[in-house]
Design a protein around this ligand. Structure first.
Ligand code: SAH
Length: 499
């Protein structure tokens, strides 16, 4: 079996700027060799079980020399592995992608290249700088400001200035004064608009605007450091007007997402789209009860029930696992009516080709119980977590509706990386924590320790029950208008605006 190597451009920072093709390649990878500056959200897409090799380089001091990286790629491909070489921005824009391909070509290894969104264009775009504009320039030059040790910059300043195009310098932070004096000496007007964009497209992006002559001073005042692009040209004059990214409502706000890994994606993406600095920190994990004789028995006698109630997507998935093991499918549910606690659970059912007959107006256990109490004429089967809320069964008992309440999964209230979270909380680095269920609150509290000072954070809660649990632990809360991800995101935007 022969291996191969795919060079994949990971984009400049915002994980949403990884291409669809790049993501697909990553999903198939057996070995991923990655650089520094690759977003944790992209690294999280590396399949479980794939070998991840960090060859991150630091300016001047290479942690893994290029020659060795080339050898790793070659060796892994020769072992028959599907290798993804994940590189910041675009692999061929000052990415040394060419050098890596050379050794593969020499050795007859199959390779492909998936271009990426380069920081040269994207950092500018996120700072409101269109790298070209019909009215003021007809070319774009991407230039490296990196010089080999002990040598002067190798830049044709005169040619660049004569060209009159937009200039973008990568790896130029250290050489900024020389770049500026080179351009001035070559005749560029000192008042030419110029800018630097530090950590472009990430929640920490900063833009430093000015003119060619005052850029070094301004950059020093702001303490701009690598990675940053330097942009020089009339197009920079537009930046103030077009700077959309820094105006996003959650720009740079650190928000913790505590929901389980497999459910975090949509919430994180929506928060990131508003500029938030999202940390995914699952505080609970669900584990299907396996084997689960009670569930198997109930699935074998579904005709006894009029209604089947689900209170989470995890419950739906646990039931499907069991059904699959019994060699059955959705037809098992024939005439039974299906109740889902909320939109997410209804969607999980839809994923299996079933639509919910009942979803309460307010997505919580009590309202599900009340809605079922009104609708049920015969026995209800509840399939949910081991420690499900009593509010559901109380509502049914109160209305005289009979039920069976079967646990199909259990929840683990811990994240093994607890020390990290506790340190961030104690240091006041955590401002906003999203809670999408009472169990995420329990998981968060048991992860950081009940003795922590929760007064420093704001718990953004999806609903009243979640908020009630948070308040028990002294967490100041704000509650979404509706128990949906969109309403929670809107709440985050409102909370940040008011602070
Ligand atoms: N292949 C990469 C560039 C690698 S050279 C690309 O296409 O983007 C590394 C340089 O890229 C850094 O010194 C910096 O100038 C620039 N860079 C990379 N990521 C950046 C970011 N998020 N914001 C600003 N500049 C960035």
């Amino acid at each position: 079996m022969s291996g191969n190597v795919i060079l994949v451009g990971a984009g400049p920072g915002d994980p949403g700027l990884l291409t669809v093709k790049g993501r697909e390649a990553l999903a198939q990878a057996e070995v991923v060799v990655y650089d520094r500056l690759i977003s944790p959200a992209i690294l999280a897409m590396i399949p479980e079980g794939a070998e991840a090799i960090d060859v991150g380089k630091r300016a001047a001091r290479h942690t893994v020399p290029q020659r060795e990286i080339n050898q790793i790629l070659l060796r892994k491909a020769q072992e028959g592995k599907h290798v993804v070489r994940l590189k910041g921005g675009d692999p061929f824009v000052f990415g040394r992608g060419g050098e890596e391909l050379e050794i593969l070509a020499e050795n007859g290894i199959d390779f492909q290249v998936i271009p990426g969104v380069t920081s040269a264009v994207a950092a500018a775009a996120y700072a409101g700088i269109p790298v070209t504009h019909r009215d003021c320039c007809s070319s774009l030059h991407v230039v490296t400001g990196h010089r080999r040790e002990g040598t002067a910059l190798d830049i044709q300043f005169r040619a660049l200035v004569q060209g009159g195009g937009t200039l973008v310098f990568l790896m130029g932070v250290g050489a900024l004064p020389e770049i500026v004096s080179g351009l001035l000496e070559a005749g560029m007007a000192p008042n030419t608009p110029a800018a630097m964009v530090e950590r472009g497209t990430t929640p920490c992006q900063r833009r430093c605007g000015g003119t060619l002559s005052n850029l070094p001073e301004r950059a020093a005042e702001m303490g701009i450091s690598s990675p940053a692009v330097i942009v020089v040209g009339q197009v920079c004059a537009q930046a103030e007007k077009f700077d959309w990214f820094s105006r996003l409502p959650l720009k740079g706000r650190r928000i913790l997402v505590t929901r389980p890994k497999e459910r975090a994606g949509a919430l994180s993406e929506k928060l990131r789209a508003l500029g938030a600095d999202v940390t995914e920190y699952p505080c609970i994990a669900t584990v299907p009860l396996d084997p689960c004789p009670e569930l198997e028995e109930a699935l074998g006698r579904l005709s006894r029930y009029e209604w089947l109630a689900f209170t989470s997507p995890a419950g739906v998935e646990a039931v499907w696992r069991c059904l699959g093991r019994l060699g059955r499918d959705a037809r098992a549910f024939g005439n039974i009516k299906l109740a889902a606690i909320g939109g997410g659970t209804a969607k999980a059912l839809e994923g299996h080709g079933l639509s919910a007959d009942l979803v309460p107006e307010v997505y919580d256990a009590r309202h599900l119980g009340m809605a079922l109490a009104g609708a049920a004429k015969a026995r209800v089967l509840i399939l949910r977590a081991q420690e499900g809320s009593p509010a559901l069964t109380e509502a049914l008992s109160g209305a005289g509706v009979s039920y069976d309440d079967i646990a199909v999964y259990r929840t683990i209230y811990q994240n093994p990386r607890w020390a990290e979270l506790r340190r961030a909380l104690d240091a006041g680095e955590l401002a906003y924590v999203t809670f999408t269920s009472a169990s995420t609150v329990k998981g968060f509290v048991s992860t950081v320790g009940a003795d922590a000072d929760f007064g420093k954070i704001v718990g953004l809660c999806i609903g009243e029950q979640t908020a009630g649990e948070a308040e028990k632990h002294g967490i100041p809360v704000q509650v979404a208008e509706k128990a949906t991800v969109d309403a929670l995101v809107a709440l985050a935007a409102k909370a940040c605006r008011e602070r």
